[in-house]
Design a protein around this ligand. Structure first.
Ligand code: GTP
Ligand code: MG
Length: 148
């Protein structure tokens, strides 16, 4: 089955995002079943990239086609390193400003900072309010489709 990995530091909201995406996917899948087009995707939750032994995250990085890299604050060097590694492994990467509801500006300033340093586009997502979940799901599907 095609795998989408969720990476990020401890407590960055990986599991909450996985749950929010799953809920959204179930809704969309019921609609897609009616028109007979369903792509089965397995979401892979991982340990934090900042844990001492990140070997299980390393392992997941080998088998995912699309990776979500969660960023929650302006120290994101570790994440940028992981993004390079994931791309080297052949994965597409979507950078997610996670827990976006916690920012007064919805994560826009952090998104701009990430863009300035790395040139990477981001999607601001809140697992709590659902903001950005649909956009994220569409981007995942677009990238999976581009690899068919
Ligand atoms: N406000 C807000 N809180 C969130 C959001 N997502 C997660 N949280 C909270 O942040 C904390 C960590 O969320 P988790 O989803 O467990 O994070 P995680 O990355 O899976 O954490 P570990 O598995 O321990 O590495 C929890 O208290 C969540 O309730 C969000 O979108 N908005
Ligand atoms: Mg978790």
């Amino acid at each position: 089955m095609r795998q989408v990995g969720i990476f990020g530091k401890r407590k960055s909201g990986k599991s909450a995002l996985m749950y929010a995406l799953t809920k959204h996917k179930i809704k969309v899948t019921f609609r897609a079943m009616e028109i007979g087009s369903v792509t089965k995707v397995m979401l892979v939750d991982t340990v934090g990239v900042d844990v001492e032994d990140d070997s299980t995250a390393e392992q997941s990085a080998q088998s995912v086609e699309v990776s979500l890299m969660l960023i929650t604050d302006d120290s994101f060097e570790l994440e940028l390193g992981w993004i390079s590694k994931l791309k080297k492994n052949g994965s597409e990467v979507i950078v997610v400003i996670s827990q976006a509801d916690k920012f007064p500006d919805g994560g826009k300033a952090l998104a701009a900072a990430v863009k300035e340093v790395s040139g990477l586009q981001t999607i601001c997502v809140s697992a709590q309010t659902g903001e950005g979940v649909e956009e994220l799901d569409e981007e995942i599907n677009r990238l999976l489709g581009s690899r068919d």
